[in-house]
Design a protein around this ligand. Structure first.
Ligand code: IFM
Length: 462
């Protein structure tokens, strides 16, 4: 079976996705303030290769070249993120006109090429000044985010019609405040759930603020969802599935789509009391109806909670999963990407079904999907067959989802070009375009030419 663009609705959004800190560079020009990633990348040992996003893909200066690459690929959509501290250096106060100008010019360049901009307002780069005041553990950060969202929408509402409030709030709460793996690198255990609530409250503040500033806007949020399986039918493994599914999927889907947090997860976390006192009153705000849900899908978790001494091969959940640290992510032997993430294209349909069950009327987008491999340029070419296959298999999964009647409206490949992969630095490459970081030369990989053939209907797409 081969994927054909013609099998998809004509108005299906086909795009690539990126994020500000991962590609822009220019951390302190034109009035930008420091973000938590500018700080965290300077912590010894925090980043695998010891590098920072100071230059990254130099996209801040080369964005026209990058938009031209997208136009050549034939995408009709592009998802990028706005660096909050370019707009408000310390996360408060009036907008910085130079910051707005950068994103306005980018959006205009995209529109000029027939590419629809989808802007994410928060892809993890919190202004450092707000972290200094407690970051997402403080309720006030949610209020500041709502203000920022309204300001940006009132400045850019004429060139951006599709808005995503937050990218992957699980990462900016549990990975960042419990696991300590991402900025700000804190390890506050179950209190990370409070950061998650403040992020979602920020989303709840941002949705009406964007609509007030730009009444035609379509507003959504992007969650990273995982297909989930218990390793066996044992009660312990099924409970492991309930716990991990609860922490990564239900803890975000339920408050946003139907309202209120899953009580079993709050009990696992020991956070029932705090949430009753501080979060229950926000339930309706967090569940403010949205226009679409973005889903980032990469992999499936097979989980177990084996008795001590049992021989199960896997990675312990650890600090990032407070209350469920000993759950194992089991190695089933499935093929993996260079991130160590098992490849399960059919799991993409699982997560679409999962979200659809909460709100059957809600349009869904795959706002990220992609794979890392150790690419090399040989004679000017990058033969990344494994990524090409991954991409094709997941495009086919989109087709299967549509055939099932799921309201899927678009697919964004992660990512346009190799970039700063957070705690992995530049040691993991996800791009359809290879970037030589010493020269900034961009080279379309084989996966990119496949995507171009698929999108433009030219040539052999296999
Ligand atoms: O690079 C990230 C992106 O910023 C968020 N989603 C997952 C990608 C791959 O790890």
């Amino acid at each position: 079976m081969t994927a054909h663009r013609g099998d998809f609705p004509a108005d299906f959004a086909w795009g690539t996705a990126t994020a500000s800190y991962q590609i822009e560079g220019a951390p302190d020009v034109d009035g930008k303030g420091p973000s938590i990633w500018d700080t965290f990348t300077r912590v010894p040992g925090a980043i695998a290769d010891g590098r920072t996003g100071d230059v990254a893909d130099d996209h801040y200066r080369r964005f026209r070249e990058d938009v031209a690459i997208m136009a050549d690929l034939g995408v009709n959509s592009y998802r990028f993120s706005i660096a909050w501290s370019r707009i408000q250096a310390d996360g408060t106060g009036p907008v910085n006109p130079a910051g707005i100008a950068f994103y306005r010019t980018l959006a205009e360049e995209l529109l000029g090429r027939g590419i629809t901009p989808y802007a994410t307002l928060y892809h993890w780069d919190l202004p450092q000044a707000l972290e200094d005041r407690g970051g997402w553990l403080e309720r006030d950060t949610a209020e500041r985010f709502g203000e920022y969202a309204g300001l940006v929408a009132s400045e850019l509402g004429d060139v951006v019609g599709d808005w995503i409030t937050l990218n992957e709030p699980w990462c900016s709460s549990f990975l960042s405040y419990a696991g300590g793996i991402h900025a700000p690198g804190r390890t506050v255990g179950a209190h990370a759930a409070r950061a998650a609530h403040h992020l979602l409250l920020g989303h709840g503040r941002a949705v009406p603020a964007i609509r007030a500033a730009s009444p035609e806007a379509k507003v959504g949020i992007t969650l990273n969802l995982y297909s989930m399986r218990a390793a066996s039918d044992s009660a312990a493994d099924r409970d492991a599935e309930r716990r991990i599914d609860g922490l990564v999927n239900r803890f975000f889907l339920q408050p946003v789509l139907t309202g209120g947090y899953p009580q079993d997860v709050l009990a696992d976390l020991g956070e029932t009391e705090w949430f009753a006192e501080h979060a229950t009153r926000d339930a309706a705000d967090v569940a403010t109806p949205i226009d679409f849900l973005g889903i980032n899908y990469y992999s499936r978790h097979v989980v177990a909670d084996p008795p001590i001494g049992a021989e199960v091969v896997g990675e312990p959940a650890g600090l990032t999963y407070p209350g469920s640290e000993s759950v194992l992510f089991v190695d089933t032997g499935a093929p993996r990407t260079a991130m160590g993430w098992p490849i399960h294209p059919e799991g993409m349909v699982d997560v679409l079904e999962m979200a659809h069950a909460y709100r059957p009327d809600l349009p869904l987008y795959i706002t990220e999907n992609g794979s890392a491999y150790p690419d090399t340029v040989v004679d000017g070419e990058v033969e990344d067959e494994a990524r090409r296959r991954y991409l094709e298999q997941h495009v086919m999964a989109c087709s299967a989802a549509l055939q099932q009647g799921l309201p899927l409206k678009g697919y964004f490949a992660w990512t346009l070009m190799d970039n700063f992969e957070w705690a992995w630095g530049y040691s993991r490459r996800f791009g359809l375009v290879h970037v030589d970081y010493s020269t900034q030369k961009r080279t379309l990989k084989r996966s990119g030419t496949w995507f171009r053939s698929f999108l433009t209907g030219s040539g052999d797409v296999r």
